[in-house]
Design a protein around this ligand. Structure first.
Ligand code: AMP
Ligand code: MG
Length: 350
């Protein structure tokens, strides 16, 4: 299959229907899969009600079939059409955070989406993305779109159309190139099907921001390491792994550099993941600086691209700095830990 690339850098006029968007929407209605940008990462979309189309997502990604997909909508009416009911608290969250990087898990409406989307669960995950292209494509297609990240399963999520093509060229019908995404890590998944709203996956909307609006929120146990966390089947799979083993180093740059030197003495090619503040303190085979610690959003935005660049550099080993777990830093460290398979080296303090 030849993968079509539609370049739509910017939607200048919201009223106008762009020919590229019309064509991509037609293909979606015909049961094809199309990748498109959202404000978090690129998604791989298919008609959520069409089982054959949804199966193409799993096939293209090589994704385990018990990992449910998020349904993307452009209007409240579409959201209402896939869920059984919207409790008042969920409605408040939608009003405050939609369109935006917040996914809500709600009881599903029977028969509204394919069983393959929900992996047999009684709930469905829904989100309205805050990206003009994503919204235009969903609206033009008239479909609720099941859309996981547009990467091969286990690879870092794509934040550019080039990342999508690196993983899926020839495996999907098309990709809409809207330039790099803004947030760079996936949406927050919040389970609203239980009494207390529970964060199943930290993401673009911080816990602090949720608390401000709804007062209290719980966090799912075993979010990080435990295999088979029951509420969100997707959590048990390793994600975002670069090819070389990645180690998170909780310590000073001097300590990290010492580790680099020890590994290089063993003949290994070593990569370092750092930020603007410390980049000058490392000598390694490749040093990638990803944003600034003064604004962890900048690190989140570039993280997946950095992980892919280490793959291209063919290093044997990567050491990454650790980041403060506050605000977006929670999502950032969650993804970094997954990429590291939980490996953290702690510096001994006197
Ligand atoms: P991805 O599609 O790669 O962004 O991952 C989607 C995430 O949403 C995974 O962690 C899924 O487990 C989670 N998810 C999707 N649907 C549900 C659901 N009905 N209940 C709980 N988690 C869900
Ligand atoms: Mg994903």
């Amino acid at each position: 299959m030849k993968t079509r690339v539609w370049v739509v850098d910017n939607i200048v006029d919201k009223q106008r229907s762009y020919p590229q968007i019309r064509e991509a929407a037609e293909w979606l209605r015909a049961g094809e899969v199309v990748a498109f940008p959202t404000e978090t990462v690129y998604g791989l979309g298919a008609d959520a009600a069409n089982t054959e189309a949804v199966e193409k997502i799993f096939a293209a990604k090589g994704r385990p079939s018990d990992n449910p997909l998020i349904v993307h909508v452009a209007t409240m009416a579409q959201a209402e059409s896939v869920v059984a009911a919207i409790p008042p608290l969920a409605r408040t969250l939608m009003e405050r955070f939609w369109p935006g990087p917040l996914t809500l898990v709600l009881p599903k409406r029977k028969g509204a989406v394919s069983e393959r989307v929900t992996a047999g669960l009684p709930t469905v995950a829904v989100r309205m993305p805050a990206h003009p292209l994503a919204l235009a494509l969903i609206e033009e297609s008239g479909l609720a779109l099941a859309a996981p990240s547009a990467n091969r399963s286990g690879r870092p999520s794509p934040t550019t159309a080039a990342h999508v093509l690196a993983d899926l060229n020839g495996r999907i019908a098309g990709v809409m190139d809207g330039g790099p995404t803004g947030i760079g890590v996936e949406s927050t998944v919040l389970d609203c099907s239980q009494t207390v709203p529970t964060i199943l996956r930290p993401g673009g909307v911080t816990k602090e921001a949720l608390m401000k609006v709804i007062g209290h929120v719980a966090e799912a146990a075993g979010q990080e390491h435990e295999p088979g966390a029951p509420k969100a089947p997707g959590m048990k799979y390793t994600h975002y792994a670069p090819k070389a083993p990645l180690w998170i180093v909780a310590g000073s740059p001097a300590f990290l550099q010492q580790l680099v030197e020890e590994s290089r003495a063993e003949g290994k090619a070593v990569g370092v993941l750092t930020t603007e503040e410390h980049r000058g303190q490392y000598a390694a085979d490749i040093v990638i600086s990803c944003g600034t610690r003064r604004a962890l959003e900048t690190v989140a935005r570039q993280l997946y691209d950095a992980l892919r660049r280490f793959d291209d550099a063919n290093v044997d080993l990567i050491y990454s700095e650790a980041f403060p777990e506050e605000g977006i830093g929670v999502a950032l460290m969650n993804r970094l830990r997954k990429a590291a398979g939980g490996r953290v080296i702690h510096e001994q303090h006197e």
